[in-house]
Every structure is written in C-alpha cells, then in structure tokens.
Design a protein around this ligand. Sequence first.
Ligand code: CP3
Length: 343
Amino acid sequence: MNSSKFLKALNLQSNTTPPVWFMRQAGRYLPEYQEIRKNYTNFLDMCKQPETCAELALQPIDRYGLDASILFSDILTIPDAFNLGLAFHEGEGPKFSNPISSAEDINHLDAFDVNTLDYVFKAVEETKKLLPKDLPLIGFCGSPWTLAAYSIEGGGSKDFYKTKSFMKHHPAELQKFLEILSNACYEYLRQQVLSGVNAIQIFDSWADLLSETDLEIYSLQYSKMLTQLLKTDPVTSNIPIILFEKAPNKKIIDFAYEDLSCISLHWQEDILTISNELSGRFAIQGNLNPKVLLETDQSIYEEVKKICTIMKEYPGYIFNLGHGITPDIDPEKVKIMIDAIRE
Ligand code: CP3
C-alpha cells in the first residue's frame, strides 16, 4: 500500500504524474454497469448484495486502471437505517416514504444500529478481496447536513423548500438530528475502516443550500464533530479524510480544518487561487468540470492540461472531476481524459 500514488498524495508527497480516480466512477455511464443494474428494480436492493457491489466497484478499475477505487454503495444507506423508507425507483432519484416531517419525528427516531448496515461492511470486505493489493479503497458517507436535507425533503428537490422551512421553524430539533447523524456517520465509517477501507471521503453535496453563516452552523460544525470522533479513535485516527463541499458559500481557506487531509474541489472553484492558499497544508483533489467530457477530444486534452500545469508542483495533488460523472458521458471520453493526465 506504501507504493500507492493516491495515498502518497494524501500525505502531501509528490508523484511524477497525479493519481486519478473520479466521483461516481462506477455508475450509469458504463455499459457493464447497466448490464448488472437491469436485474434490479430498486437500486438499493443492488447495494444490499456485497458480491455485486464488489464487482461494480472493480468495473472502472478494470477498464481504466485508476489509482483508487471507491466502495460501491450510496450515502443514503444511513437514512435508510433509520427506517425512513428509502427506495430508488426506475428513472427517479431517491424517495423516502417516511421522511422526517415534524419536530416530533426527531424525538421519536429509531436508535441507530450500525449492524443493520452490515451489507455495506461485507461489500468492503468483498471489494478488498478482488482489488490488487496496493490499490486503496475509499470508504465514504454523506455529511450530516446532506443526509438531514434528504431525510427531511423526502428525496431530491430543486429548492429544498421543506428543509429550509424546517430549519427556520425547528432549528433546535434540526441540530439534534444533525448530532444523531454525526454519531451514526462515525460508527458507520469506523466499521468501514475495520472492514478494510484505506481513506474516507465525506460528501457535502447540499452545502450550496446554506448561507455562509448557516454553512458553519448546520454543516461544518457537524462534519467537524464527525472528524473529531474519527481522529480521537485509535481505529480510525490514521485514516486520511477527504471533504467535498459542493459550491460552498464560504471560502475554502476560511473553513479548511486540521482533521482533514484533503479538500475535494467542486468544478466552480478556482484551483489556482485555492492551491496557492492551501499549499503545504492539505492535499487537493479535483476539479475538471464533468461537462468537459461532452466536448471534443482536443478540448478535453486542453482542459486537463490546464489543470495539470497549475498543479504540477503542488505536493499532494489528486486528479478528479469537480462533481460526479453523469450518465450522458461516453466512456471513451474518460479514456481520453486519463491518457491526457498520464502523459
Ligand atoms: O463509483 C461510485 O462513486 C459509486 C458509489 C456511489 C454512488 N453514490 C452510487 C450510485 C457514491 C460514492 C455515491 C454518492 C452519492 N449518492 C452522493 C454524493 C455524490 C454527489 O453526487 O454529490 C449523493 C448526493 C447520492 C444520492 C443519490 N444516489 C442520488 C441523488 C441518486 C440518483 C441520481 C443519480 O445521481 O444517479 C443516487 C443513485 C445512485 N447512487 C446511482 C449510483 C450508481 C444510480 C442508480 C441507478 O442506477 O439507478
């Protein structure tokens, strides 16, 4: 594992070419994924099959020879463990049949039992069995804020109106819920580490719903609670943590905190400015706009080159997209991107 370019970068060591992996690398843009996916109506049922998850996690590794793999699962397994009735129906995003709709619901939440997520830990073990020895596996969870937003909204949404209204009318209960979720995320990640993951990424995919002040109060405060729990536990204290904030309304230099090894940059961030500000303190991951992969080979090459030139001397740079790859991307374009990075 010491020879892993990805883990070296997380420890702020340089590589001759940057390690590369990308968010949602196992997913709907791959025909081999679709081939397995068609056997399941509800995506969550597929996530509950550890051997299938392992096979899916390996697909992008086999196709592209990436420098890190990511556990095949979803961030919404935790709300599902609170019995909020999660399902992913054909052609729709996630939907909760039993969302958090009142302050009372938070007082009556079921206690979190990490063992109900045993299928995830088995998926980690199965994936480790299939991966080459020196290829790291990234475990993950959603940030407490992002999980709360889905749990209250009852699914995805354009404006997250219910969540914002809940925040306005029941701030104390929301904070109680965030604390419960922080503890659940900690237990969940701890168990992923015991099962074999080598690094952790926290996805704050709905950070952009919050104002600068609220981002601190409702999101970062709880991600910090989570990372502090991880850093004070001997099981997890040495595991590098990556934080992805989607388009936060606060400058990264103003919130990057010491428990983190790496900041994953959304595609809207200016990687040049941020790399100057963070240099020597945090590894950086990112941040090609996934939509570039819809353009010509030449444009892809140029956009990759731009980022790689800026980050050439940066100790601890990991190439990634600035958000998840989308189903409309041609897998051949991904190959163009990877060849360009390694050139
Ligand atoms: O390679 C990988 O990254 C696979 C593992 C993975 C999935 N989801 C599988 C998945 C990871 C790391 C995630 C994270 C995730 N899930 C996030 C954070 C990253 C981000 O995009 O911001 C979020 C917000 C979710 C919640 C979620 N899961 C939504 C909104 C949806 C439906 C829409 C969509 O983006 O696909 C999912 C479903 C999902 N999760 C799929 C996959 C492969 C597609 C399901 C299908 O085939 O029907």
